[in-house]
Design a protein around this ligand. Sequence first.
Ligand code: SF4
Ligand code: FES
Length: 232
Amino acid sequence: MQVTLRIQRFDPERDEKPHFEEYQADVEPTDRLLDALNYVKWYVDGSLAYRRSCAHGICGSDAMRVNGRNRLACKVLVRDLGNPITVAPMLSFQLIKDLVVDMEPFFAKYRALKPYLIADDPPPEKERLQSPVDRERYEDTTKCILCACCTTSCPPFWANGDFYGPAAIVNAHRFIFDSRDHGADERLATLNERNGIWRCRTVFNCTEACPRGIKVTEAMEDVKRALMLRNI
Ligand code: SF4
Ligand code: FES
């Protein structure tokens, strides 16, 4: 089948502002949008810029706005997207070129919430044990691939780019509720600040956008409850 792609283009060396261009791609109905983008890049216009790596929904690098919704290009089939398909970069991040945005501020927020085990007790001889029930507490948020679909679909983040945003909080959740971790108070104190968890308005865009099916809004509510119960 032939599909028309309306792709937002922007070359900082030539263009004053972004604009849309149309391309035809020969694809199978069961091809992913990423295959259609590859067709355009490989056979029509090699200057098209977008990120991708694994092509299997694991690396999180090909998040973009597809018909107005954040999606991974490698996880949506062209037959499910209608014709034409409109493709644009994620909102709220600085545009670098075409579909490529600057992710550095996103990762800075992720790092700021200390997404690693903080354990100040002496390490055991073998490993830090945990019961299956305790492990289950944060199972859902271990699935994050840091694609930023949630954060860039979040209206409070559109309004205030200093908000940590759902993705950073999902990854804080993964350690706040880990029974072996001792850094929860520190992370929760940061999330109690001006640009922390209370900016969340439970819009649920984040949950809808997550390609890993993580209950993002529920994780945000877990963190709010933890803050209220600890009264930090
Ligand atoms: Fe992507 Fe989901 Fe992680 Fe957000 S929570 S960064 S949407 S995988
Ligand atoms: Fe890795 Fe799509 S290319 S998630």
